[in-house]
Write a protein that binds this ligand. Structure first.
Ligand SMILES: NC(=O)c1ccc[n+]([C@@H]2O[C@H](COP(=O)([O-])OP(=O)(O)OC[C@H]3O[C@@H](n4cnc5c(N)ncnc54)[C@H](O)[C@@H]3O)[C@@H](O)[C@H]2O)c1
Length: 259
């Protein structure tokens, strides 16, 4: 009998993580859906199960090394293996709470910078390390996929913390790919441009699709499909790379306020 591949997705209750979880489940992957918000987890697990897929939920904080490590270990134990780890938990200033402000670094508060770095960058370290330890022990290779952003490639005003965290993830991808290559574990990174979430009503049309060269909006499915290929067995030879998926937007990203 063919083995059922198992994926663990942080931020799996979010917009891109949720769509990725559903996409992988439709392809026959058993999915560990992880998020800090229980209702987000339940929503995606319920959807996968309603479609006849296999999923289990895990509530954990990626910024907490022990918490996220325990969740990944639990997922591997529950499903009997781990083949794919996707770190999608993250976001810019907004993840520091409703009081957090998008502002230049000189005005930014410690707690905002701390939160943005801990969830995006440290989260990638903790979850990649926990998954790698399991995959090495398993001895059958694996795929580790972290979500970065074009902000990490080009930088952006009022998001220096976020850009640095995502740039750090791209660097982590390169070094870790070298360390894990001999174990046949591939490490890659996906860097979206703007994928407007339904709740991002404050974004202007120009920001959503007027600044890319395809003049269309990127959808969560576009991102999930790329991740699905990178996580698949068809991807046998890619490692250490960052895939920008932004309709060419970053080619012209100046990093000016609001652009
Ligand atoms: N949407 C975009 O335009 C865009 C662009 C570039 C990069 N990205 C990146 O893609 C990833 C997913 O973004 P999204 O648009 O799906 O955002 P989202 O807010 O819809 O999803 C993020 C999820 O992460 C969860 N989360 C937040 N803090 C957490 C923590 N400490 N521990 C565990 N879970 C936590 C949230 O509850 C949420 O469900 C993020 O890393 C983001 O930086 C998104």
């Amino acid at each position: 009998m063919e083995k059922k591949r198992v994926a663990f997705i942080t931020g799996g209750g979010g917009y891109l993580g949720g769509e990725t979880a559903l996409t992988l489940a439709r392809e026959g992957v058993a999915v560990g859906v992880c998020d800090i918000r229980e209702e987000n987890v339940q929503n995606i697990v319920d959807k996968i199960i309603a479609e006849g897929g296999v999923a289990k939920g895990y509530v954990a904080d990626v910024a907490d090394s022990k918490d996220i490590t325990a969740a990944i270990e639990q997922c591997a134990e529950d499903f009997g293996r781990l083949d794919i780890m996707i770190h999608s938990a993250g976001g810019s200033t907004r993840i520091a709470g409703p009081q957090a402000k998008w502002t230049h670094l000189v005005n930014q508060e410690d707690y905002v910078i701390d939160k943005v770095l801990k969830v995006n960058l440290y989260g990638a370290f903790w979850s990649s390390r926990a998954a790698a330890r399991i995959m090495i022990k398993q001895g059958e290779g694996g795929k580790i996929i972290n979500l970065a952003s074009t902000v990490g490639v080009n930088g952006m005003c009022c998001s220096t913390d976020y850009g640095a965290a995502k740039g750090g993830i791209m660097s982590l991808t390169k070094g870790l790919a070298k360390e894990l290559g001999p174990h046949n574990i591939q490490v890659v990174c996906v860097a979206p441009g703007c994928v407007a979430r339904p709740e991002d009503t404050f974004l202007t049309d120009k920001y959503k699709y007027g600044t890319n060269f395809l003049n269309q909006m990127c959808t969560a499915t576009d991102i999930a499909d790329l991740i699905s290929f990178l996580a698949s067995e068809k991807n046998r030879f890619i490692t250490g790379q960052t895939y920008i998926i932004d309709g060419g937007r970053s080619l012209a990203l100046k990093g000016t306020d609001g652009e």
